[in-house]
Design a protein around this ligand. Structure first.
Ligand code: TYM
Length: 349
């Protein structure tokens, strides 16, 4: 079976964007792939070093994985810092990647803001650690939301440069997979990972501004639906969601240029596991005052069971820690093998 890897940062509350863009896909991929799902705590300290309750946040993401239906017996669920290969391979990739590649990352520009000189060096190197996460397991497929696309392209660039730079050494290591790069046939060690950006809603937008993505770091809690929100909170947030004054269009095409309307219809379709066209077939021509309660009911129906299960799991942190420890032990077996190969290929004694 081919291998899937993906990660979620333990910063702030998980929201519907994380669920529909990523975690729901993680669950669906379990039947066709060997899956590795990671709580990326090393990434969490890049933008903000000190966290009030990083352990609790890490457990909470793990609880969300389990509550959503990820099976830690058949697959691997662990936290990044527990497997030292991530940091080790990231260092090597820091020497593979070029500063110019990192400077071009839109997420770095967004997160560093105007005072770039004062951002952590880790924030700049973030994509190199992300490439290490994926390639440490030589994963072939990575399910993510649309916002991670550029980082996955960079992951392929890093894999490609490593493969080309060490092509001769890779060939003699006996672990090569022949790959065609352009016209050239080379001996590759790392796969060129495919992004899977095909969740039901790969880009969920803020409820307050349909041109901005729903984000854990948005200062307004009204901008997102958290997986931990109770029914009343979800109802309130959807009631207050920004919309334009018109009724829903009678054709899907009519959503163009109406970002807030488009977002709410996309959310409904993703939650109901149907197409936007069939949502419009049902609600086309109706006012938001009718559509919003239907959307709110659906969101509550889908989020509430997960919410309850997350709470139940969080009551037993010892169990969550044991799941993570077991996952880390399984991950380490694969990671150690890759690191031994990489060290041999580079020529570390
Ligand atoms: P993170 O923690 O910000 O988000 C986790 C996942 O949720 C997706 N996502 C969204 N999808 C749709 N609409 C949205 N509004 C939305 N917001 C977030 C993200 O695309 C992501 O899939 N860099 C990654 C974590 C990471 C990683 C990795 C992912 C570290 N190493 C290796 C894949 C492979 C991140 O910050 O995700």
């Amino acid at each position: 079976k081919e291998r899937v890897f993906s990660g979620v940062q333990p910063t702030g509350n998980l929201h519907l964007g994380n669920y529909l863009g990523a975690i729901k896909r993680f669950v669906a991929l379990q039947d066709s792939y060997d899956c590795i799902y990671c709580v990326v705590d090393l990434h969490a300290i890049t933008a903000q070093l000190v966290h009030e309750d990083l352990k609790g946040q890490t457990r909470s993401i793990t609880a969300a994985f389990l509550a959503a239906g990820i099976d830690p017996e058949r697959h691997i669920v662990f936290n990044q810092s527990a497997v030292s290969g991530h940091a080790e391979l990231a260092w090597i990739f820091n020497c593979v990647a070029r500063i110019g590649w990192m400077n071009r990352m839109t997420q770095f520009k967004d997160k560093a803001g105007k005072d770039r000189e004062n951002a952590s060096l880790g924030l700049l190197a973030y994509p190199s650690l992300m490439a290490a996460d994926i390639l440490l397991y030589r994963a072939t497929h990575v399910p993510v939301g649309d916002d991670q696309k550029q980082h996955l392209e960079l992951t392929r660039d890093i894999a490609m440069k490593f493969n080309i730079d060490f092509s001769g050494k890779i060939a003699s290591s006996g672990r090569a997979v022949e790959t065609i790069v352009g016209e050239e046939r080379i001996d590759a060690y790392f796969p060129l990972t495919e992004p899977l950006i095909e969740g039901p809603a790969p880009r969920v937008m803020s409820l307050r501004d349909g041109t901005k993505k729903m984000s854990k770091s948005d200062p307004s809690d009204l901008s997102r639906i958290n997986l931990t929100d109770d029914a009343d909170t979800i109802l309130k947030k959807i009631r207050k969601a920004k919309t334009d004054p018109d009724a829903l269009p009678s054709e899907v095409e009519g959503l163009a240029g109406r970002p807030e309307a488009e977002n709410l219809v996309t959310l409904y379709a993703a939650l109901a596991e149907t197409s936007r066209a069939s949502v419009i077939a049902e609600f086309g021509g109706r006012q938001f005052s009718e559509f919003k309660p239907a959307l709110a009911d659906l969101a509550v129906e889908k989020v509430a069971p997960m919410n309850g299960e997350m709470r139940r799991l969080m009551d037993d942190p010892g169990h969550i820690d044991a799941v993570l420890a077991k996952g880390a032990a399984k991950a380490r077996v694969i990671a150690d093998e890759t690191m031994a190969d990489v060290k041999d290929i580079i020529g570390f004694l």
